[in-house]
Design a protein around this ligand. Sequence first.
Ligand SMILES: [Cu+2]
Length: 283
Amino acid sequence: MQRRLALAVIVGALLGVVAFGAPAQAHGALSSPASRSVVCGAGTQTQMNSSACRAAVAAGADVDNWDNIRVAGVDGRDRQVIPDGKLCSGGLATFAGLDLPRSDWPTTKLRSGASFTFAYKERIPHKGSFRIYVTKDGFTPKKALRWADLETKPFLTATDPSISGGAYVMKGKLPAKTGRHIIYTIWQTTSTPDTYYSCSDVVFTAAPAVSSSTAPSPTKAAAPLVPSEKAQPSLVPQAAQTVARPRSRTGVIWGMGGAAVLAVLIAGGVIVATRTTPRPRHH
Ligand SMILES: [Cu+2]
């Protein structure tokens, strides 16, 4: 019974954070294909528990603020300001773990050359332009990403794209690539001094021989972006998963507590949904 009470307190505190304490300075990151901070801070249970994410957090990666890899005053001089080997962290010590050269970062599968709808999840919208790059042929994730590893020109750019379901949506065509790569996204805002950086680990598969039921990405990408505010509270279930994490301490009590927790979370979700309707403001 005491444990149940403790659990309720934890959940309550967590909901409080989600509802009110959502990082005051919080902005955005590429969510489809998911960037490292999104994967490790707001991904699936499996992703957040992956060796790569654990190592990143251990090495310093403030993934709870997955949308906060931002550097002020860069003003388009990305290659001069962000050091080689630190592209994924934007050179920020608080995200240094995201630069770890590892082959086992969770990846998103993409079809080479296919149409794709990119999503850049935002918690606070800004005016600005996106530049999306891909790594050159011969890329290896075993070395920390350097500027010279990226194709010189972005394969997709967008200025002030529309927001749908809590994310900027950008339609484009994926580059013709094979195998493991990084998609590197730069969001240079104009309504604030900040530029945001993110690395998405992807695997390019061959284009389908015949267009068929395996129609590529757009549907898949659009799925989590159902218009309306629904996408916002999607972070709540993640929080729930986090709470449930100490699963080694199984037992009946957790099972019993589960129903109660679920009820609290659902109620919390409603509160969050209500509260997030007016967008937070800053700057
Ligand atoms: Cu911002």
